[in-house]
Design a protein around this ligand. Structure first.
Ligand SMILES: Cc1cc2nc3c(=O)[nH]c(=O)nc-3n(C[C@H](O)[C@H](O)[C@H](O)COP(=O)(O)O)c2cc1C
Length: 351
């Protein structure tokens, strides 16, 4: 399969779906510039997803990737949750607040979200992508039959094989360098932490479907490098976080522009799943905490969001989910269309 043709794009550049950060304006700007713009709807419901899709389409009718979270629904454990809230209590106290009394599962998994499936089948974005796992074969069949191109994140050979076998059209090889949540299917299983270079090359050898490389790719030289490894396209997240169209807040943008960009950390403390974040107050409080102390994803995220909100109300921006990959120091704060044009130019120079 010729991936770019299937995706309907001119450049082998995918702006990563970034729930909470990749706004419709960002996705539309990237798609209108010849790349593939993406929105992450893992943090909203079907109604929210439809509004976001409509907001992209108002800005042009180019291809769009809509990304859903396919995590196993959380198993609540009240004793872990209340011990975690006790652990966070002194941090809330710094902002004269108390932790919530109980935690909720803040995001619904696509695995059991029938309304989200119906919304996708009705709106038919060109591309749908899966993170944290794979939906049932029935859901994959329904989306395929609607003519939607399917992508899935894989962080290992086993996940790549499972995705290809399940019927996705291409696999996103997410290396350990990548910003944001690792797409690991099971956050409690052993993680080989393969880097982008090795994982991309291995999946290109292993799979019969195209591979999209992702993790630490920040410029045309990086895109050219992964294309040379056999990838059909590159998916960049951190590079787009600093675009003016992104929904990153001021604390996040300031941190990206400062020394924190040189020190990304994988933490589970913010959401309950491992994710790469700029070093900040939240990653520091999570250092040394055992993963068994942290509630399941996305229950832990309820506490993480409450602590961030309390901190922000007191003008402290350092408790946010400031996801970023190891290439963060290379980020350029350009309007998204300009960034795509620069990436394409650099790619041509390195091809
Ligand atoms: C702020 C941010 C949010 C992210 N959210 C998502 C998401 O909602 N869904 C998803 O599939 N990947 C998400 N990712 C991971 C990206 O898809 C991609 O793997 C990663 O950005 C690649 O590494 P890079 O950031 O070094 O370019 C996110 C990444 C970042 C930086």
């Amino acid at each position: 399969m010729r991936l770019l043709q299937a995706l309907g794009i001119e450049q082998p550049i995918i702006q990563a779906p970034m729930a909470g950060v990749s706004s419709p304006a960002l996705a539309a700007a990237v798609s209108n510039a010849g790349g593939l713009g993406s929105i992450g709807v893992g943090s909203t419901d079907a109604e929210g997803a439809r509004k976001m899709i409509a907001a992209v389409r108002e800005r042009g009718l180019r291809p769009l990737n809509v990304n859903v979270f396919c995590h196993e629904p959380a198993k609540p454990d009240r004793s872990i949750e209340s011990a975690w809230l006790d652990y966070l209590r002194p941090h809330f106290a710094k902002f004269n607040t108390k932790p919530p009394l109980a935690l909720k599962e803040v995001y619904r998994s696509f695995l059991n979200d029938d309304a989200m499936l119906a919304a996708l089948l009705a709106d038919k974005p060109q591309v749908v992508s899966f993170h944290f796992g794979l939906p049932s074969s029935e859901r994959i069949r329904a989306l395929r039959e609607a003519g939607i191109v399917l992508l899935a994140t894989a962080t290992s050979i086993a996940e790549g094989r499972a995705a290809a076998k399940a019927g996705v059209h291409a696999v996103v090889a997410q290396g350990y360098e990548a910003g944001g949540h690792r797409g690991v299917f099971d956050p409690d299983a052993a993680d080989d932490r393969l880097g982008t270079l090795a994982l991309t090359r291995i999946l290109v050898h292993e799979l019969d479907v195209p591979v999209i490389a992702s993790g630490g790719i920040m410029d045309g030289a990086g895109i050219a490098a992964v294309l040379r490894l056999g990838a059909s396209a590159a998916q960049l997240g951190t590079a787009f976080v600093v675009c003016p169209e992104s929904d990153a807040d001021a604390g996040y943008s300031d941190a990206m522009a400062g020394d924190a960009a040189n020190h990304t950390v994988i933490t589970r403390a913010i959401s309950g799943r491992p994710a790469r974040c700029l070093r900040n107050w939240f990653t520091l409080l999570g250092a040394g905490v055992s993963s068994r102390q942290i509630p399941a994803y996305p229950i832990a995220y309820d506490a993480g969001k409450a602590l961030n909100a309390a901190a922000k109300a007191a003008h402290e921006g350092g408790y946010g989910p400031q996801w970023a990959g190891q290439g963060a120091p290379l980020a350029r704060a350009l309007p998204a269309a300009e960034l795509v044009a620069v990436l394409a130019r650099e790619l041509a120079q390195h091809a």
